[in-house]
Ligand binder design. Sequence first.
Ligand SMILES: Nc1ncnc2c1ncn2[C@@H]1O[C@H](COP(=O)(O)OP(=O)(O)OP(=O)(O)O)[C@@H](O)[C@H]1O
Length: 261
Amino acid sequence: MADETPLLRAQSVSLRFGGVRALTDVSFAVAQGEIFSIIGPNGAGKTSMVNCVSGRYRPTEGRILFEGRDITALRPNRRAGLGIGRTFQNLALFAHMSVLDNIMVGRHHLLRAGFLRGMAYWIGGAQREELEHRRAVEEIIDFLEIQHVRKAPAGTLSYGLRKRVELARAVALRPKLILLDEPMAGMNLEEKEDMARFITDLNEEWGMTVLMIEHDMGVVMDISHRVMVLDFGRKLVEGTPEVVMADEHVKRAYLGEVEAA
Ligand SMILES: Nc1ncnc2c1ncn2[C@@H]1O[C@H](COP(=O)(O)OP(=O)(O)OP(=O)(O)O)[C@@H](O)[C@H]1O
């Protein structure tokens, strides 16, 4: 039945870089409305998996389905157009531009992705579109509580705020699925708590489905509906945070590493 089709499905995905097996036969599905996290030790294949979903990498074998449609061969911008949004691990904000303009750029980029849509933009309704953009951007600025810095150049913000602006830029495109690569990396406790709250609110209030890589186990177990553990490119286990925490393989392969760190 249509409403049982997961939003995202990875089917037997393998990825090799020369002799390196980054992923081996990994399958999982993310349902509409879930927060799904991928965890695992360094080099386990987490980023490779998310890159296969965003389209940055093409799996050597296997398929990626989005809303039941095979997107394995689609380029990243086509996937973005279908509703797969992402933030980037290295902050790629325009330092001299205001927060507001940084977020606006994201939306214009989407709009002008197609030539015909670009023409439509210029020929008719440009002002109306501009107003719609502004409204959408202001809404997300309010939602992520960055009103106080909306005019500030992005380069002058604290690290935590820049990460929030980056999230705002991705969310302003209203993706159906958002890919978050270590959204808490480098943050202090307060910033992490804020970010966790925003992700939960985006999920609960805006219905945004989230696929996240995150090393902070507290946050992962706190806000995820389900978690998949990768180890040496293979899926070790997948389930609710309780199931994953209780798994013996996970304790040995991953949690043990955290305790030792
Ligand atoms: N572009 C690439 N070229 C060659 N090897 C790569 C490439 N990207 C990833 N790999 C290799 O694939 C394996 C999985 O890497 P990946 O970055 O996906 O792991 P990860 O779980 O995200 O690690 P981390 O937690 O350190 O970010 C590693 O052995 C890595 O060296």
